[in-house]
Design a protein around this ligand. Structure first.
Ligand SMILES: NC(=O)c1ccc[n+]([C@@H]2O[C@H](COP(=O)([O-])OP(=O)(O)OC[C@H]3O[C@@H](n4cnc5c(N)ncnc54)[C@H](OP(=O)(O)O)[C@@H]3O)[C@@H](O)[C@H]2O)c1
Length: 218
């Protein structure tokens, strides 16, 4: 699949882009600056022995069948508004956690209750927004030898879009779990500060969650 990563030059973008490229996807690393997108794509490609394209965020969206936005919450609204016209009816994955530094270990509910619900409001009605990957550390994503033992909760109002994202998540070496409607992003985004607390308390790197009780047949 053609995947465009908006803000793909950063920590999550690097890990996601490289893992998806390794799995055979056609990945485009987007940036606010075209030159930076090109340079970072070349840097990641060389470092991990994969093929990546790069350019600006608009080009990443135009290139993509599926768009994923990986920017800090402080850049969330501006970034979504800058790509709104390129999105059309594509699936857009928002991984944003609305952290409020320096209190990143304490739940912060933004005005719209969740970053993903706010993103829904920034896009045209056709866009199929999915929220996921809030609990997957960039350190683990960027380590090709790291085998995950945690799950990814995936929510969104379009069932087919959720299924598409769950399938892509399996290509990262993770199990995606259907977590229902987009409103449930409030719960998903709220869990990250808890995991950040756990990391500090237990000196863990990238603690995660595992859902039990799902039948093997699923
Ligand atoms: N890091 C993690 O382990 C982790 C885990 C789960 C979820 N998340 C979530 O994933 C998102 C990305 O995290 P990250 O650690 O990858 O972020 P990051 O590395 O700090 O930033 C990602 C990219 O966002 C762009 N950006 C930064 N500031 C911006 C601004 N003011 N305006 C527009 N674009 C800006 C930059 O791209 P350009 O300069 O190239 O435009 C940057 O490379 C966050 O919302 C975070 O909550 C992170």
């Amino acid at each position: 699949m053609k995947i465009g990563i908006v803000g793909g030059t950063g920590r999550e973008g690097r890990g996601l882009g490289v893992r998806w490229a390794k799995a055979g996807h056609d990945v485009f690393i987007g940036s606010r600056q075209s030159d930076k997108g090109v340079a970072k794509a070349a840097e990641f490609a060389k470092e991990f022995g994969v093929t990546l394209q790069g350019g600006d965020n608009v080009a990443a969206c135009n290139h993509a069948e599926l768009i994923i936005v990986t920017v800090p919450y402080s850049a969330h609204q501006g970034t979504f508004e800058s790509i709104k016209d390129q999105v059309g009816d594509k699936v857009v994955v928002d991984i944003t956690v609305p952290l409020q530094p320096p209190k990143v270990r304490s739940v912060h509910l933004p005005k719209g209750e969740a970053a993903a619900l706010e993103a829904r409001g920034y896009l045209n009605d056709d866009a199929r927004l999915v929220a996921a990957l809030h609990h997957i550390s960039s350190e683990h994503l960027s380590d090709p030898d790291h085998a995950f033992d945690c799950d990814v909760l995936v929510c969104g109002d379009d069932k087919d879009a959720r299924a598409t994202v769950i399938s892509l998540i399996s290509d990262l070496g993770l199990r995606g779990v259907d977590a229902g409607v987009l409103k449930n992003a409030v719960a998903l985004e709220s869990l990250t500060p808890v995991l950040l607390h756990i990391n500090r308390r237990y000196k863990s790197v990238g603690s995660g969650i595992r859902i039990t009780g799902i039948p093997e047949s699923e």
